[in-house]
Ligand binder design. Structure first.
Ligand code: ADP
Length: 359
């Protein structure tokens, strides 16, 4: 077996540091041979590393589920697949593979990030039990952490991927690569903000609230999701003009709410012809400021309406169903309200109000 190129090993290290977002990582070649894997992946399947390296990935999947082979073609775009995994002891478990091609020394390798979905189910079950006792913000935040980190991590992966591709061009643009790395860096910063916030929250039993201009806070949150909206050819209008807009908030949490609402809007409009999103603020009587995220998607599915802001309400195949419930906890912890209404002309408007700071 050819030695694993050093650059792949480096990437395995990188993936291993990805805050536990995945349970393991395996690198396959076009024939489906396992060329490298990390200790977590080996443990997931109950093997020692050297029992798997050089073997066909088939040994890790039941006979009935070998569809991953379709993904091992050079030029295949990155994709996600749910298949069954087969452990050494013969037991079968559901897993999700995120497969991306990398070219190392002119050879295509397929980096597969593995998530053990049975673990996720156990995690969700644990959260359910917590919920039965005491449902408050910290439990919600714990349940949502994976959810919140997923978006910046996916974005970092994409930026690094683009940068790598750019470097492989005949005449790579240094400016373009620098810009992509800056973008990745901004997302790393965002993750560290989320983590700092959580740490503070646990340490002090509360989150720090400071006076902030809501329009500026929302504008920054919009920047986090700009790339996602563009990628889905969504026309975004931002009208953040309400004044005064001073609120006493935890900035990162309120940004999380806006990111959640925008991401939902983007996902809802994926298959729509008309794809328009409008983010706006306005003043409301009673010293309140209101923010709206309006989309032109299909509207709320009937089955989620009754418990839209409840935990684990989802109609998405990969959804966790925690985004809106976390958003509600956050807004309520700020003495605000959040709700959804049909958008006249089609789609949904998600709105929240927050009290303005006293002058
Ligand atoms: P998730 O996004 O993981 O499903 P959420 O709590 O954010 O979890 O959303 C719950 C459900 O609410 C979604 O699965 C979807 O069915 C519905 N939903 C949320 N936002 C929208 C929207 N803008 N348009 C239509 N449906 C939506």
């Amino acid at each position: 077996m050819a030695p694993v190129p050093a650059s792949v090993e480096g990437r395995l290290d990188l993936a291993a540091t990805m805050a536990g977002a995945f349970d393991g990582i395996v690198a396959l070649d076009v024939r489906g041979t396992v060329r490298a894997l990390d200790a977590e992946a080996a443990a997931l399947f109950g093997y020692a590393l050297d029992e798997v390296i050089g073997q066909d990935f088939e040994m890790l999947t039941p006979e009935s589920d070998r569809s991953y082979r379709d993904d091992l073609h050079p030029g295949t775009p990155s994709l996600r697949r749910r298949i069954d995994g087969l452990r050494k002891d013969g037991s079968i478990f559901p897993m999700e593979l995120c497969v991306s091609e990398v070219v190392c020394d002119r050879e295509s390798l397929f980096i597969s990030l593995i998530r053990d979905l049975s673990q996720r189910r156990r995690f969700e079950q644990g959260v359910y039990e917590l919920q039965a006792n005491r449902l408050d913000l910290i439990e919600n935040m714990a349940a949502g952490l994976a959810h919140e980190l997923k978006q910046p991590l996916t974005a970092i992966g994409a930026y690094l991927n683009f940068a790598r591709r750019q470097l492989k061009e005949k005449s790579p643009s240094v400016e373009k690569v620098a810009e992509l790395l800056d973008n990745a860096d901004a997302q790393v910063f965002r993750i560290s903000e989320i983590m700092d916030n959580l740490r503070q929250f646990i340490a002090r039993g509360e989150t720090t609230k400071t006076p902030q201009h809501l329009n500026a806070v929302i504008r920054t949150a919009c920047e986090f999701t700009d790339a996602l909206a563009r990628q889905h050819s969504i026309k975004t209008t931002v009208d953040l003009a309400a004044l005064p807009d001073m609120v006493v908030i935890n900035k990162v949490q309120i940004q999380q709410v806006v990111v959640n609402l925008k991401r939902n809007a983007v996902e809802a409009m994926q298959n729509c012809e008309r794809r328009e999103m409008r983010v706006s603020t306005r003043l409301i009587d009673g010293n309140l400021i209101r923010a709206d995220v309006a989309d032109t998607g299909p509207g709320l599915p009937e089955e989620v309406k009754a418990r839209l802001f409840g935990q684990f309400t989802t109609t998405k195949p990969h959804g966790l169903g925690v985004g809106l419930s976390i958003s509600r906890s956050i807004i309520e912890a700020h003495k605000g309200k959040i709700w959804a209404e049909p958008n006249p002309g089609g789609g949904v408007v998600f709105s929240f109000v927050l009290p303005l700071a006293d002058n």
